[in-house]
Design a protein around this ligand. Structure first.
Ligand SMILES: NC(=O)c1ccc[n+]([C@@H]2O[C@H](COP(=O)([O-])OP(=O)(O)OC[C@H]3O[C@@H](n4cnc5c(N)ncnc54)[C@H](OP(=O)(O)O)[C@@H]3O)[C@@H](O)[C@H]2O)c1
Length: 298
């Protein structure tokens, strides 16, 4: 992996040929803690629960060219993701696997270490490429120790990078008071109907990369009339237009599909040029939350 170092307060990352080079810096000592290259596009596997469904989707996605898979202990399919990665003809170091610490497990230092080891074992692919706190721990008191455990998972090599998910501006700011290593990523819902320019800026300001989950608003907006018009202008499908808008917002983008054709369709969104329709997209923002939104919690 090539070296890319930066301080978390300075310019955080640079895009290069579909990947982002990212490094973490120990903010106390200034020593390098880790570095990883993160693909800008991947497959989400939430709600793939039927036996074999997740493995089949991940295997097909890897064959198509996907190089990032986003799972979570809460999705109950880490072991199928691991099987697909192990059985793939693509080498392990070319595939980037993200998983997450469940919110009900974010209760103490020891539990985080134990759960990280459990995810690591479920996946069975060596170090987890990116481990995320799924949402800000509900008990405010435990947040520093939960993050300390995440940092220690990184330093002991269980994981190769650490980050957060569903963190609002205030959660990210608060981390500056207790983090030794700031998060590499903040995974949040981002799509044309929930554009979040301020939270994207706050994420970048602390040196993290935004990761857009639910780029299709969980499928709720695939038949949106405005999106259909934009897609017609671009000569692509509505899903492709929405996904490319997310990518062009500077966010790592992880649409979910269990369907082989749609997995391919979504992959090809990466080559679209949407520059001629940006104004249409701007007018689609309506702060639509498709599922949950812990970013606004205390
Ligand atoms: N950190 C968090 O709290 C959090 C929360 C939510 C999601 N996520 C992550 O983000 C990933 C993506 O988000 P998501 O699963 O919520 O929703 P999404 O990707 O916005 O939408 C998925 C839905 O859209 C459908 N779909 C996919 N491609 C399509 C296409 N080309 N045309 C029409 N319909 C299409 C899928 O159905 P088919 O499968 O039948 O194609 C599914 O019903 C998740 O899988 C998960 O990894 C994280």
């Amino acid at each position: 992996m090539a070296v890319a170092m930066f301080d978390y307060m300075s310019q955080p990352h640079s895009a290069m040929s579909g990947t982002i080079k990212i490094g973490h810096k120990d903010v106390k000592t200034g020593e390098m803690s880790s570095q990883v290259d993160i693909p800008m596009f991947g497959l989400g596997v939430y709600l793939m629960k039927g036996p074999g469904e997740c493995k089949k989707a991940v295997s097909h996605a890897i064959e198509c060219g996907y190089r990032l898979i986003d799972t979570a202990m809460a999705y109950g399919n880490e072991s199928e993701v691991g099987e697909a990665v192990r059985e793939s003809e693509v080498t392990r170091d070319e595939i980037f696997v993200v998983t997450k610490l469940r919110r009900p497990h974010a209760t103490s230092y020891d539990e985080v270490i134990r759960r990280c080891q459990e995810s690591h074992d479920n996946l069975g692919i060596g170090a987890i490429d990116l481990y995320l706190v799924h949402a800000p721990p509900e008990d405010l008191e435990v947040r520093p120790q939960v993050w300390k455990a995440m940092e220690d998972c990184l330093e002991t090599g269980l994981v190769r990078s650490i980050g957060v998910s569903n963190y609002g501006h205030h959660h990210l700011q608060e981390m500056k008071s207790y983090a030794r290593i700031m998060p590499a990523v903040n995974q949040i819902e981002i799509n044309p109907w929930l554009q979040r320019p301020n939270l994207i800026s706050a994420t970048k300001e602390i040196g993290a990369i935004p990761m857009a989950y639910s780029p299709l608003a969980r499928g709720h907006k695939v038949n949106d009339q405005d999106l259909a018009e934009v897609a017609k202008i671009l000569g692509c499908t509505p899903a492709q237009a929405a996904i490319k808008w997310c990518i062009d917002s500077g966010s790592i983008t992880i649409p979910k599909s269990s369907n082989s054709d749609r997995i391919e369709e979504n992959f090809h969104s990466q080559s679209l040029d949407i520059s001629s329709v940006l104004e249409y997209f701007q007018s689609m923002n309506e702060n639509y939350i498709s599922g949950w939104d812990p970013t606004v919690e205390p």
